[in-house]
Design a protein around this ligand. Structure first.
Ligand code: CDV
Length: 316
């Protein structure tokens, strides 16, 4: 008989963060959510992408010093130390997204990063966002910018999976969730829970006809990713009207069956909590998605050999 492996997780959705809000004031909000998560029995609390500041890629800055104010040069940093201290005191793990500035003897690299921290407040996993959406030049015609391609480098750590919290944990960030490859690379390492923080504007300037489908697409990709890779998925939003830009909420916890088991209902600071049996992954991993038995990687070569679509030659 299979024993259940229960992990109680809380998706800690954040409401808007103003540009003038200090990191210290945001950390106070994160601490309040952490304490509430613990009181509700959570073993792990998950915060969104770039959780310490307003979503700054919406602005075009020329002054690098101004951009760098949104970044952390160390973790824990003086402002976030309190999070690590409280996590250790409460014995709760956490997932945190933030802007990471790596300074190697004067050579600076910037990443959109998320970490997993265990109940002893040790960083046990780091992921740097790979699918960076948006553009790298100022495009004034847009209602707001999306300059992730300007402010961040493509992540260099791959889609790793780590043994933590009694199971196999993975992380990807926001736009990564729209790409089946993100989930599959983790699925091929046996992932059992995937943490995904996001900042998703309702309005998509290059394709406004998609706006009405923003919440649907959010659910669609995460439910498909969970089911097709037999893994739990936690999606955590920074939501609401932030500096004039409306962002979707619907932070959610999805089972390996693809079913939604918990979801936030506001656009503010809010927890949704689920008691997740990691062993629920097994029946999918051993049957429909038994990769070893059913996958045909030789037939998928184009996925790694080709980036963009090339049309087949016409028959003449
Ligand atoms: N932060 C993001 O990666 N946002 C993108 C938006 C720009 C489409 C997303 O995929 O939600």
């Amino acid at each position: 008989m299979t024993m259940a492996r229960m992990l109680t997780v809380a998706a800690a959705q954040l409401g808007p963060i103003a540009r003038t809000d200090s990191k210290a004031s945001v950390v106070k909000r994160l601490l309040a959510l952490m304490r509430e998560a613990k009181a509700l029995g959570a073993d792990v609390v998950a915060y969104p992408e770039l959780a310490l500041t307003s979503f700054f890629p919406r602005w075009y800055f020329e002054d690098q010093a101004q951009i760098d104010q949104f970044f952390e040069t160390e973790m824990p940093s003086p402002e976030t130390q309190a999070l690590f201290d409280e996590a250790k005191r409460l014995s709760i793990g956490f997932h945190l997204g933030y802007a990471e500035l790596v300074d190697n003897a004067g050579s600076k690299r910037r990443f959109n990063t998320a970490i997993l921290v265990n109940q002893q407040a040790e960083i046990i996993h780091r992921y740097r966002k790979i699918h960076l959406p948006g553009h790298d030049q100022h495009e004034p015609w847009r209602a707001f910018q999306h300059l992730e391609k300007r402010y961040f480098e493509v992540g260099d750590l791959g889609f790793g999976v780590v043994n933590a919290f009694g199971g196999l944990m993975g992380v990807c960030i926001c736009n990564d969730r729209r790409w089946p490859e993100s989930y599959r690379v983790m699925g091929l390492q046996g992932v059992e829970m995937i943490f995904i923080g996001y900042n998703t504007p309702v309005h998509n300037p290059p394709a406004p006809e998609h706006d009405a489908l923003s919440n649907f697409h959010n659910r669609l990709v995460m439910q498909a990713g969970a089911y097709q890779n037999a893994s739990w998925v936690l999606g955590v939003a920074k939501a609401g009207l932030e500096e004039g830009v409306m962002q979707i909420g619907q932070s959610q916890i999805i089972a390996p069956s693809g079913e939604l088991v918990a979801q936030c209902s506001t656009l503010g600071d809010e927890l949704c909590v689920a008691r997740c049996d990691l062993d629920l992954c097994l029946s999918y991993k051993q049957t429909t998605f038994n990769f070893e038995r059913h996958r045909q990687p030789e037939q998928y070569r184009l996925i790694v050999e080709r980036r963009g679509a090339q049309l087949p030659l016409q028959n003449t």
